[in-house]
Write a protein that binds this ligand. Structure first.
Ligand SMILES: Nc1ncnc2c1ncn2[C@@H]1O[C@H](COP(=O)(O)OP(=O)(O)OP(=O)(O)O)[C@@H](O)[C@H]1O
Ligand SMILES: [Mg+2]
Length: 237
């Protein structure tokens, strides 16, 4: 029995620049894992390596028992690795509904009701242009569009960044529901550490492209000293 997604002894980066150093982690089917760490430690680079947008120098990425290190980003997406980037890339000139249609990957049009069920705000704004959406709505749209492809693994890169507390709450509730209802495995990168640790039972902390701590989220929540050191917060509440 292997994990659904794992990286083993990974050295990766951009061309000659190595960012990720000998990194190993695993995500089981249906599991939730939080990935935290300060700015610039390589969180996004790790996700990019998993989806095929950064260069692997050593080690490998395994998905569903296969070495996918040399697969194209498109192959990985089609195989069920969903990615929501830190930059919320929606199509600003398309409506909400048109944005959602781009995520269907051949599924019938009616499937977009799943997106509206998860985020009723999107249903209310289905004919609004992408550029008219608030930051939170844009985030909902990128998440919903990715989910329409029915991924088995969802990689979320700081989905709460820059959003108001009430919207963060709404998003986190949607992620909870989603994980429960669909069984999608979630790797959540988030600097709002408290939210990340509540969501995921296990956590990995990165520093300079390396894992410096891993274990149950509850344990880390109780360690104000480690939280201060790793992510610069006084403690989770
Ligand atoms: N395309 C690129 N080419 C070269 N270096 C890059 C590239 N993208 C990022 N880097 C560098 O890689 C390092 C890690 O960046 P990364 O974006 O992975 O960090 P992060 O942990 O996601 O940070 P943040 O919390 O700010 O999002 C940084 O030093 C960054 O400058
Ligand atoms: Mg990042």
């Amino acid at each position: 029995m292997g994990a659904l997604l794992s990286v083993e002894g990974l050295d990766a980066g951009y061309g000659a620049i190595q960012i990720i150093n000998d990194l190993t982690l695993a995500l089981d089917a249906g599991a939730r894992l939080a990935l935290v760490g300060r700015n610039g430690v390589g969180k996004t680079t790790l996700l990019k390596t998993i989806i095929g947008l950064a260069d692997v120098r050593a080690g490998r990425v395994l998905y569903d028992g296969k070495d996918i290190s040399r697969w194209s980003p498109r192959q990985r997406a089609l195989a069920g690795i969903g990615y929501v980037s830190q930059t919320r890339d929606i199509f600003p000139s398309l409506t909400v509904e048109e944005n959602l249609l781009t995520g269907l990957k051949g599924r019938p049009r009616g499937a977009i009701d799943e997106a509206y069920e998860l985020f009723p705000r999107l249903a209310e704004r289905r004919n609004n242009g992408g550029q008219q959406l608030s930051g939170g709505e844009q985030q909902m749209l990128t998440v919903a569009r990715t989910l329409l492809g029915q991924p088995r693994v969802l990689l979320l890169d700081e989905p709460l960044e820059g959003l108001a507390p009430i919207i963060c709450l709404e998003l986190m509730r949607a992620f909870e529901r989603l994980a429960k209802d669909t069984g999608v495995a979630v790797l959540l990168v988030e600097q709002k550490v408290d939210d990340a640790l509540r969501f995921a039972p296990n956590v990995v902390v990165l520093e300079r492209g390396q894992v410096v701590h891993r274990g149950p989220s509850e344990e880390l929540r109780a360690r104000a000293d480690l939280l201060a050191r790793f992510v610069g917060v006084a403690g989770a509440h």
